[in-house]
Design a protein around this ligand. Structure first.
Ligand SMILES: Nc1ncnc2c1ncn2[C@@H]1O[C@H](COP(=O)(O)OP(=O)(O)OP(=O)(O)O)[C@@H](O)[C@H]1O
Length: 120
């Protein structure tokens, strides 16, 4: 049990450091807060919350993995190398792809009730 709590602490510390050091991570967190607040205002149903939570978790998780890859690349290759560039750019691409689809999911779920609330 003590080992589990220690591991939990290390994981939380990793998230905290990523939020502190990565601007993109802070932007994702603000987006999550805005989506959550909008979802509360719109009284989304359980399925809509589940889809939104999964989508937001995917983006945040990929940003954490991207940050870890950046650290490992900086450790393994402080000098500039094509493979180091490919690793960083591919990891960043994974976050971008998830973020684009997250915007689409957000528009699909929040868009219609938001339009209804504002203009209906
Ligand atoms: N060791 C390297 N070798 C070759 N290209 C690199 C290397 N490190 C970074 N780059 C290139 O520079 C870009 C920016 O890298 P940089 O390390 O400045 O930012 P990052 O850590 O990838 O991203 P962030 O700004 O989110 O922290 C990378 O996406 C990659 O294209």
């Amino acid at each position: 049990m003590r080992r589990f709590i220690a591991s939990l602490g290390y994981a939380c510390s990793g998230i905290y450091q990523a939020v502190r050091s990565q601007r993109h991570m802070r932007i994702h967190c603000v987006a999550v807060a805005i989506v959550a607040a909008t979802g509360l205002v719109l009284s989304l149903n359980v399925l809509e919350w589940a889809v939104l939570c999964l989508t937001m978790a995917l983006v945040i998780s990929l940003e954490l993995v991207n940050t870890a890859i950046e650290h490992v690349v900086d450790l393994a290759s402080p000098e500039r190398r094509p493979l180091a560039k490919a690793a960083k750019d591919t990891a960043a691409g994974a976050v971008l792809a998830a973020a684009i689809f997250a915007v689409i999911v957000g528009l699909l779920i929040l868009g219609p009730p938001l339009v209804q609330l504002i203009f209906g």
